[in-house]
Design a protein around this ligand. Structure first.
Ligand code: F6P
Length: 318
C-alpha cells in the first residue's frame, strides 16, 4: 500500500479533525501518501483530491467540523455514482480508503468493500448510533454542548417557575437525549426507543407539583416528535406554561472534548495499522477504552439504539 485516501461523510462531528490528523501523520511516518478527499463521497465522485502533508493538519485538533468538509451524497447511493467513485480512485492510484462517518456513510463504505475496494471505516456521528462501538466521534462533545445549554436553561426555568421542553438531535436514536438528560438531572426524558403515552408525562408533572417542584426540564429526542407538540399538550392538559428550546446545530459545533480527540486519534492510528496489515473491510470501533476492528458487514447489518431496559432501570433517577 502506497497511497490511502481519507474522507469525512454525512453530518460533521467534533473530533473528526483529530482522526484526520492522526491518519495523515501516522500514515506519513509509515511511508504512505495520504490523499484528502473533499466533501465526502460527492468529492470522491467529482475527483476533489489533494495530497495532505504534515503541515496541512497543523492546528486543527482544537477545531470542530471537518477540514475536509462533508456532504450527504444522493448520487453515491446509486450504482452509477459508486462506479464513478471507484473509477476516480483507480485514476488517482488510491490503494485504500478510510471513511469517517455515521451509519449511512459506513454502509457506503461496505458497498465499496463489496465492490473490491480496500476500505476501513471510523465511526463519526454525534448520534452515537453506530453498531459495534461504545462511542462514535462527536457524541461526547455534543452531550457536553447539550448539558451546557441545559445548565443555562435551568437558571431561567427556576427563576420563572417554568416548564421547558428541550429538543435534541439524534435522528431515530435516543442516546443524546438519554445521556445528556440523565447527567444534567432532567425531570423527564423521552426517546424513540421507549414509546411513552402522554398520561405518563402528566402523571410525572402532577407528582412533581405535589412535591412542590416549581420548574421542570423535559428533554426530548427529535426522533420522538416535535417539542412544540409536546409543549402544547402540556399547556392544554395541565394548564402549565411551557417554553420550547430546539437546540439544533449548536450541538454539532465547538471544540472537541478530550475524550473525542483521544478516541479519534487512536482510531485514526488503528485504521492505518489495519490497512497496512491487509485487514480491510472493518470499522475501527471503541470498546473497553481501546480501538477494535469490527466487520463492516456487521456494522451495516445492525442498528445501535438505547436499550429500553437500561432506560427503565434508571428512570427512577428522574
Ligand atoms: O446525524 C447527525 C445529525 O446531526 C442528526 O442528529 C440530525 O438529525 C441530522 O444530522 C441533521 O442533519 P442536517 O445537518 O443535514 O440538517
Amino acid at each position: 500500500i502506497r497511497r490511502i485516501g481519507v474522507l469525512t461523510s454525512g453530518g460533521d462531528a467534533p473530533g473528526m479533525n483529530s482522526a484526520i490528523r492522526a491518519i495523515v501523520r501516522f500514515g506519513i511516518s509509515k511511508g504512505i501518501e495520504i490523499i484528502g478527499i473533499e466533501r465526502g463521497y460527492q468529492g470522491l465522485i467529482e475527483g476533489e483530491f489533494k495530497v495532505l502533508s504534515r503541515d496541512d493538519v497543523s492546528e486543527i485538533v482544537q477545531k470542530g467540523g471537518t477540514i475536509l468538509r462533508t456532504a450527504r451524497s444522493d448520487e453515491f447511493r446509486e450504482e452509477e455514482g459508486q462506479k464513478k467513485a471507484i473509477e476516480n480512485m483507480e485514476k488517482h492510484g488510491l490503494d485504500a480508503l478510510i471513511v469517517i462517518g455515521g451509519e449511512g456513510s459506513l454502509k457506503g463504505a461496505y458497498d465499496l468493500f463489496k465492490k473490491g475496494i480496500n476500505v476501513v471505516g471510523i465511526p463519526g456521528s454525534i448520534d452515537n448510533d453506530v453498531w459495534g462501538t461504545d462511542f462514535s466521534i462527536g457524541f461526547d462533545t455534543a452531550c457536553n454542548n447539550v448539558i451546557d445549554a441545559i445548565n443555562k436553561i435551568r437558571d431561567t426555568a427556576a427563576a420563572h417557575e417554568r416548564t421547558f421542553v428541550i429538543e435534541v438531535m439524534g435522528r431515530e436514536c435516543g442516546f443524546i437525549a438519554f445521556t445528556s438528560g440523565l447527567v444534567s438531572g432532567a425531570d423527564i426524558i423521552l426517546i424513540p426507543e421507549v414509546p411513552i403515552d402522554f398520561p405518563y408525562i402528566t402523571e410525572k408533572l402532577r407528582e412533581r407539583q405535589k412535591r412542590k417542584k416549581r420548574h421542570n426540564i423535559i428533554v426530548v429526542a427529535e426522533g420522538v416528535g416535535s417539542a412544540y407538540f409536546i409543549g402544547k399538550q402540556i399547556e392544554d392538559k395541565l394548564g402549565i406554561s411551557t417554553r420550547i428550546v430546539v437546540l439544533g446545530h449548536i450541538q454539532r459545533g465547538g471544540s472537541p472534548s478530550v475524550f473525542d480527540r483521544n478516541m479519534a486519534t487512536f482510531m485514526g492510528v488503528e485504521a492505518i495499522k489495519r490497512l497496512l496489515n491487509g485487514e480491510g473491510g472493518v470499522m475501527i470501533g471503541w470498546q473497553k477504552n481501546s480501538p477494535v476492528p469490527i466487520s463492516l458487514e456487521e456494522v451495516s447489518k445492525y442498528k445501535k439504539r438505547v436499550p429500553p431496559e437500561l432506560y427503565w432501570e434508571v428512570e427512577c433517577l428522574w
